[in-house]
Write a protein that binds this ligand. Structure first.
Ligand SMILES: Nc1ncnc2c1ncn2[C@@H]1O[C@H](COP(=O)(O)OP(=O)(O)OP(=O)(O)O)[C@@H](O)[C@H]1O
Ligand SMILES: [Mg+2]
Length: 248
């Protein structure tokens, strides 16, 4: 039987919902994720920030158990389940959903077909009805080909597709990228609604100020390691920290 080991900072509160413990990951011989640890509590939004090339995407990919970068050391636990020895499809079945930066909407399929495809195998999450309630624009465009949607709508479809499965944690890689501020407003509202439904979110964003205003806590990465772990409000209040690691 696997027993979740004790990790620093967990004694007072018990095991975190998602624990990332001293993970080291490589692209071939390139050593990129160099001992990253952080906890994500159930129901919170955690902003995972850092400059270009800090290792945010690589960290998300390692947590989601994609083969690249290869996780060679460390542990990832989700709700008492060890993910570090799983393949990505198993991590997905365990409740982890990664929405990558390029959104991966499937060409040739309508909005609804994209969503139904996500529900082809259990564990099935939100019903189409509930998804269209959260994303009315997707409901209006359900018969339109997914790749013909606007950037903001495609982002919504990518998030909806993640929720179409029964997930515990949503990992979002730069969901605001390339979107107009009014569309970012809309996605932000949606993320707040998703949070109110009990889903836990890790939000990677270049738009750090917006991410920090939405998030409960923040972790900042620099050259593949954690340089800050604390409340989002503390980062907003700390001009030195923002200038040094976020250039804002
Ligand atoms: N497939 C790859 N092969 C080799 N090195 C890679 C690969 N992908 C990323 N890297 C390197 O890993 C480091 C971290 O990249 P990563 O994409 O994780 O950073 P990031 O924080 O997501 O950056 P950005 O803000 O630009 O998205 C960078 O130095 C990058 O060049
Ligand atoms: Mg990235």
């Amino acid at each position: 039987m696997n027993v979740q080991p004790d990790m620093p900072g967990r004694a007072a509160t018990g095991p975190a919902f998602l624990s990332v413990w001293d993970i080291h990951a490589y692209y071939g011989e390139s050593y990129i994720v160099q001992g990253v640890s952080f906890n994500v509590h159930e129901g919170e939004i955690l902003a995972l920030l850092g400059r270009n090339g800090a290792g945010k995407t690589s960290t998300l990919r390692a947590i989601a158990r994609l083969s690249d970068p290869e996780l060679r050391r460390g542990e990832v636990w989700l709700d008492h389940q060890p993910l570090h020895n799983m393949a990505s499809h198993q991590a997905s079945a365990a409740g982890l959903a990664l929405v990558p930066e390029d959104r991966r909407i499937i060409a040739g399929l309508t909005v609804e077909e994209n969503l139904k495809l996500a529900q082809i195998a259990p564990p099935i999450g939100w019903s189409l009805e509930r998804l269209y309630e959260l994303f009315p624009r997707l409901g209006e465009r359900r018969n339109q080909e997914g790749v013909t949607l606007s950037g903001g709508e495609q982002q919504m479809l990518a998030i909806a597709r993640a929720l179409a499965r029964d997930i515990k944690v949503l990992l979002l890689d730069e969901p605001y990228e390339g979107l107009a501020p009014v569309i970012v407003d809309e996605i932000e509202k949606t993320l707040a609604l998703i949070k109110s439904q009990g889903i836990t979110t890790v939000l990677v964003e270049q738009n750090a100020v917006r991410a920090l205003k939405l998030a409960d806590r923040a972790v900042i990465l620099d050259t593949g390691g954690v340089v800050f772990d604390g409340s989002a409000a503390d980062v907003l209040d700390n001009a030195d920290l923002r200038a040094e690691y976020l250039a804002i």
